[in-house]
Ligand binder design. Structure first.
Ligand code: FES
Ligand SMILES: [Fe+2]
Length: 412
């Protein structure tokens, strides 16, 4: 095997967004959290699920935006269209569905039995004659804006979203949409946990490479040295302010790959950190994946406000962090693959990948609660950022500009 060509790596980062310290007020202030709820979570496109999980007519998903206490029911009707509604009966406000998913012919309220079809129309009212005046047309379920990109369902709780989903997601373009929307993707594994920390600390830990050499010194720092993680920042983007790319070391023998990692990598690509000897078969990806670079491992992108999306060939990882309060959040991880394991080696590879990812993400998030406590008690009022941490500046800038722009629009 010859030495790979084109080993030059992209710039590691930039000081273009400034060099000063950043305040930490936005992680602990109750007032700031209220602004985030109103101007960010009520106005942004929020990723809530995967289109392929609501496949058949009658399938529904109940997604709760914990931050706002909003329960959303997403339905697939006979015309194959996906729709989203507030999970709220228009009679007296009961929730129509309580299970996270299901399949129904109609949404029937358990309180008094009003029924709605999957398009949200009121279709049956028990003893309708008891009402003095009732116009079923006025009692349609309250709709929520929904769109699909890359096979992922996004909702927007604004009355009139400021941007289409495609405008929002630039610079991720139609090529990404096609690659991630490929019907071969299916959910492989995931989990959910609660943290006593501000939600943005969970995101911050995934969008810079400066921590890798220290935080991951016992796991992946050999496979991905911090110096091989390049920062992305997109100041013009509404919904994708930043990200990180990861590359292998040029000297493949360097680092701390355990015998188990190396063995696993012979059979598949499930570990996101190890360049596999064997690639997943995955359709497309041209113009999305940097497969022509021999050292490239993955790209990740922050989909504002709360999703970190890792993209590889045949494997995507989504991390979603939803605040419950300024001091608590829910974190969810979901993996999708284009292939199902077909051999013992491949099953072993997937299981080993799960364990490795669990360990590495635990290392990433181990510091979050301590940082939060230090911000909250006032021990730390400002933080230092180097040029490799420019995604955190881009994220901070987007956070402030999203709030400012929304407030300006609301002024009479
Ligand atoms: S609240 Fe739903 S039928 Fe009464
Ligand atoms: Fe990390």
């Amino acid at each position: 095997m010859g030495k790979p060509e084109n080993l030059a790596l992209p710039e590691i980062g930039s000081h273009a967004l400034g060099t000063g310290k950043l305040p930490v007020e936005q992680y602990v202030s109750q007032e700031f959290f209220e602004l985030e709820k109103e101007h960010i979570f009520r106005k942004s496109w929020l990723l809530v699920g995967r289109e392929s999980d609501i496949k058949a007519p009658g399938d529904y998903q109940n997604f709760i935006v914990d931050t706002l206490g909003v329960s959303v029911v997403i339905t697939r009707s006979k015309d194959q269209k996906l729709r989203a509604f507030y999970n709220a009966c228009t009679h007296r406000g009961a929730r129509l569905v309580n299970a996270p998913t299901g399949n129904v012919r109609a949404l029937v309220c358990n309180f008094h039995g009003w029924s709605f079809n999957l398009e949200g129309d009121l279709i049956n009212v028990p003893d309708a004659g008891l009402f003095a005046e009732l116009d079923p047309k006025q009692e349609h379920l309250k709709p929520i804006h929904l769109d699909v990109w890359g096979g992922f369902i996004f909702i927007n709780l604004a009355e009139k979203p400021e941007w289409t989903l495609r405008e929002y997601l630039k610079p991720l373009d139609d090529k990404f949409d096609r690659y991630l929307g490929n019907k071969d993707w299916s959910w492989s594994f995931g989990w959910r946990a609660k943290f006593n920390a501000n939600w943005k600390l969970i995101v911050d830990a995934q969008i810079e490479g400066y921590h890798v050499d220290m935080t991951h010194r016992k796991t992946i720092a050999g496979a991905i040295p911090g110096s091989n993680t390049a920062a992305y920042y997109f100041p013009e983007s509404v919904g994708v302010p930043c990200g990180v790319a990861a590359y292998r070391p040029e000297d493949v023998s360097r680092g701390m790959q355990t015998p188990m990692n190396l063995l696993s990598a012979k059979y598949g690509a499930t570990s996101i950190y190890t360049k596999p000897e064997r690639q997943f078969a995955a359709e497309g990806g041209e113009g999305v994946l940097k497969e022509d670079h021999p050292l490239w491992i993955f790209d990740n992108y922050l989909v504002f406000p709360n999703i970190v999306l890792f993209v590889q060939k045949g494997q995507i990882l989504i991390q979603r962090t939803l605040p419950i309060s300024a001091d608590e959040c829910i974190w969810e991880v979901d993996f999708y693959h284009t292939e199902r394991p077909t051999s013992f080696g491949h099953v072993f590879n997937m299981e080993q990948g799960v364990i490795q990812i669990r360990d590495v993400l635990s290392e990433d998030l181990y510091t979050a609660e301590g940082i939060h406590a230090n911000f909250k008690c006032g021990a730390i009022t400002h933080v230092n950022l180097n040029k490799q941490e420019v995604p955190l500046r881009a994220y901070y800038n987007r956070l402030l500009s999203a709030i400012e722009q929304s407030q300006a629009k609301e002024k009479p």
